[in-house]
Write a protein that binds this ligand. Structure first.
Ligand code: SF4
Ligand code: SF4
Length: 387
């Protein structure tokens, strides 16, 4: 394998000249959408849902650009992933405004609703999402961000999900998870309710083998598998000097045919074009192989959420959540989301105060106390100054 070349790594992390040229085309009106169907897009069957889904879909968590949504459709990337809480509802609103111009059957869409106190509240929240989306139904409705068996199988929420499907507000039901994923996937298999699992999966996960095994089991039982957090933080370092090679990261995930699609977040046409290249080509080029090998050796920003560190933490702090906030802030530049996450953990202003020696050990080598101190400062910054 060729030695790593930082200049090339940075170059492939950015968009190519060719990509920029196509990007200009995408700024054209979408009126000819139906006459320019993309060819050779690789699709996979999303489990027993029957949905034939492109292997790269558009994650709309941070995207506020109608041009990116229209461009995605033009490229054959016709599955969209959002959530009730993304951008305080503006993600769903933006998608609704754009997609109302397209025949409903020309795309599929997923949204996510968090666990609520009652099924009535869950349904009210779903109705708000549908109003924002200007749609009668979503193709996939996920119970949002579960991290253990108990909450995945919450009887009230399973009832709410089934009700949403019965009323025609959701074609298929799913659960999303970005920690303790194998346990959640096993619960999804056992539930008899979930048809799709949206799970973190990337080349920086320490528990990759265990996760892949559980994914394979779920896929063999007809559950559709959607991959998220595929970019493993977007950057390998806080200073943003070493970006993840996006196409390499995507291809790594998609080598596993049990993963039917991925939902990388794309915020501009350059990112769209870069990721869209994977829709037609899954083979690694030499540069991608080198970049993956290099990035695999680095500590990076992605926390496995394995909780191995928590047992030795003197104060049993919610370290995985804090590390995820750190990644949102420094990897993805989502400082408002990071702040909201830190605030939701309800810690004091100096969580590590009076703890002179950090006993929490990270399996990846993170300096946990330093990162906690760093990210916790976000609480003191007014939201209007954050992105
Ligand atoms: S310094 Fe380390 S052990 Fe102490 S509270 Fe902070 S994370 Fe926990
Ligand atoms: S900080 Fe390290 S040990 Fe702790 S949950 Fe994250 S990856 Fe695991």
């Amino acid at each position: 394998m060729k030695p790593f070349d930082r200049r090339n790594f940075l170059k492939t992390g950015a968009v190519s000249i060719a990509g920029l040229a196509i990007g200009k085309e995408l700024k054209a009106s979408p009126k000819n959408h139906h006459s320019s169907e993309p060819s050779r897009v690789i699709t996979r069957k999303l489990g027993n849902t029957g949905i034939q889904i492109p292997i790269v879909s558009l994650g709309v968590g941070r995207c506020d650009s109608p041009a990116v949504v229209k461009g995605a459709l033009k490229l054959g990337m016709n599955h969209f992933d959002t959530a009730h809480v993304y951008q305080q509802g503006n993600s769903e609103k933006m998608l609704g405004e754009v997609l109302k111009e397209y025949p409903r059957e020309s795309f599929t869409i997923a949204t996510k609703v968090k666990t609520m106190n009652s099924k009535e509240k869950f349904m009210e929240t779903l109705d708000t999402s549908l109003e924002r989306l200007q749609m009668d139904y979503v193709d996939i409705l996920y119970l949002h961000a579960k991290n253990n068996r108990k909450s995945t199988l919450d009887a009230e929420m399973l009832e709410a999900l089934k009700m949403a499907k019965k009323l025609g507000k959701a074609k298929h039901l799913g659960v999303s998870t970005h920690s303790n994923e194998p346990e959640v996937i096993q619960a999804a298999i056992d539930s008899g309710v979930y048809e799709v699992v949206l799970t973190s999966v990337n080349f920086k996960q320490e528990h990759s083998a265990q996760l892949k095994e559980k994914i394979a089991e779920a896929a063999s039982k007809g559950i559709g598998i959607v991959g998220m957090k595929v970019m493993a933080g977007g950057y390998m370092d806080k200073e943003k000097l070493v970006p993840v090679n996006y196409t390499a990261a995507l291809k790594w995930v998609l080598q596993d045919e049990n993963i039917h699609t991925t939902i990388p977040s794309m915020v501009n046409l350059e990112q769209l074009m870069n990721n869209a290249s994977v829709l037609q080509e899954l083979e690694f080029n030499e540069q991608e192989k080198n970049d993956l090998a290099f990035a695999s050796e680095l500590e990076g920003l992605f926390c496995n959420a394995c909780s191995n560190c928590v047992k030795n933490c003197t104060k049993k702090l919610p370290i995985p959540g804090l590390m995820r906030a750190y990644m949102y802030s420094y990897g993805y530049g989502e400082t408002q989301k990071a702040k909201a996450l830190v605030e939701s953990l309800a810690l004091n202003d100096n969580p590590c105060q009076n703890c002179n020696t950090c006993k929490a050990r990270c399996v990846k080598g993170f300096n946990i106390a330093e990162k906690i101190n760093d990210i916790n400062r976000l609480k003191r910054i007014p939201s209007e100054f954050l992105t």
